[in-house]
Design a protein around this ligand. Structure first.
Ligand SMILES: [Zn+2]
Length: 432
């Protein structure tokens, strides 16, 4: 069986990867300097010319781009090619402010689809497979990206798009889908529906590629067990191309970043300093092959760790951990960095659901952290001593994860307000 989509690239030596990066970065900086006045101005403000960037070692000199830059330059300000050379746009959902519109040349699309094809082959995909893509199609990158990758691998591609669970299950069983691509929460929902309808023995799935949402290891195990598959993570963002910027291999211990196209850095989100390898910080990407939307040093706001530890799959590209949170969600409590996602992980591990609120305050010049969480129908108790015991257990588990004390208050099921949009989980009274 084919283990890699592009073996000569995916298993290249570190020296070879660095050589590609050096050459492509220099070329890309010239391209941006000549074609993107918005970024050229930023470079000039730092007193830089393209000649100052001789390779990856000089990358740290370049200015950052942030989501604010994308808003300011909307819609055409960061384009590296004239519109006549572009063949597609994709866009973000625009949940936080103005949409991001990213432009692609045919070559950009082609390279993006290669990245998605690598991800599909990494989970065992071949031309024998039936790949059901239930990410949204249209402006969202999920559907078009995996669809293109699936074509390149030669899978029979089912372009289902999202929703309509009855139809999803009908195609999944009638056409014997073997690979499914969707958000992890939709995978969990599909698993539930399959069990409710007694379809489990008609499901031929072997692997799932789940992304576009944060999900925990517990959720991975649940979905793997209920669908009888192996569940793999995939990472990407519209600004940088879409899904496939990084993907998980059979080792399932982080995602290989496609370093022939993207240079990854980890920085301190407060100071912007590049951090040594293995330290946790904000992920920054530089696109070295993209033509139409060539972002340099784009701050993703995702917090993660990079690792160059040898991977058993044979791929040599650096691995990123699952994002542990967003730099703009990070709370600093008693000098310790706390991510709401860490708290959620503990709650789910301990058998609670994601119905909780985090309340941060300052009492007598000292920060306090309180976690309110709903009991579930299964663990509900009205005995005060039982509740006290359960709270104590959660305090211990949170301390082990965060390194600091958090007060825990269990509340009755369905008492924490539900939100139709993004849930309000954090109340930071220090800022009010
Ligand atoms: Zn690997």
């Amino acid at each position: 069986m084919k283990r890699y989509y592009q073996p000569e690239i995916e298993t290249a030596s570190r020296e070879q990867i660095l050589a590609w990066q050096n050459e492509r970065l220099v070329k890309q900086v010239h391209h941006v300097w000549e074609n993107v006045p918005y970024y050229r101005k930023k470079m000039e403000e730092k007193g830089l010319t393209p000649e100052d960037i001789k390779g990856v070692a000089d990358l740290h000199k370049l200015p950052f781009l942030t989501k604010d830059d994308l808003r300011e330059a909307y819609p055409y300000g960061l384009m590296g090619k004239p519109l006549k050379d572009c063949v597609r746009i994709q866009s973000t959902s625009g949940t936080t402010g103005k949409r991001v519109v990213a432009f692609y040349t045919q070559k950009d699309i082609d390279l993006w689809e290669d990245c998605c094809a690598r991800a599909i082959v990494a989970v065992g995909g071949t031309e024998e497979d039936v790949c059901q893509v239930c990410y949204g199609y249209g402006l969202f990158t999920g559907g078009p990206g995996l669809n293109g990758g699936s074509h390149k691998v030669g899978c029979l591609t089912l372009p289902m798009s999202s929703g309509n669970t009855d139809r999803q299950l009908q195609f999944m069983t009638d056409l014997e889908a073997t690979i499914i691509c969707c958000t992890p929460s939709y995978a969990a929902y599909l698993a539930e529906s399959i069990h409710e309808r007694g379809l489990r023995d008609q499901i031929k799935l072997k692997a799932g590629i789940f992304g576009a949402e944060a999900w925990s290891e517990e959720m991975r195990r649940d979905v793997e067990k209920s669908l009888g598959i192996r569940a793999y993570d995939i990472y990407g963002l519209t600004e940088i191309s879409g899904p496939g910027v990084a993907f998980e291999c059979e080792e399932q211990t982080g995602m290989h970043i496609n370093e022939d196209h993207f240079i990854a850095e980890i920085i301190d989100p407060n100071t912007g300093e590049v951090l040594p390898e293995g330290e946790k910080g904000e992920l920054v990407f530089t696109c070295i092959t993209k033509e139409a939307f060539p972002l340099l040093r784009y701050r993703t706001r995702d917090i993660c760790v990079l690792s160059r530890k040898k991977c058993s799959c044979g791929r040599t590209h650096v691995k990123m951990s699952k994002p542990m949170g967003r730099s703009d969600d990070m709370l600093i409590i008693k000098g310790v960095n706390v991510f709401p996602s860490q708290i959620e992980t503990v709650l789910l591990e301990q058998g609670y659901q994601a119905n909780y609120q985090i309340i941060v305050d300052r009492v007598n010049n000292s920060d306090t952290l309180e976690v309110q969480v709903e009991m579930t129908a299964e663990n509900f108790s009205d005995s005060l001593s039982k509740i006290g015991e359960m709270e104590k257990q959660l305090v211990g588990a949170l301390k082990a994860m965060l390194g600091i004390y958090a007060k825990v208050k269990l509340v009755a099921p369905k008492t924490i307000a539900r939100s139709e949009g993004k849930a309000v989980r954090i109340i930071d009274k220090r800022k009010i």
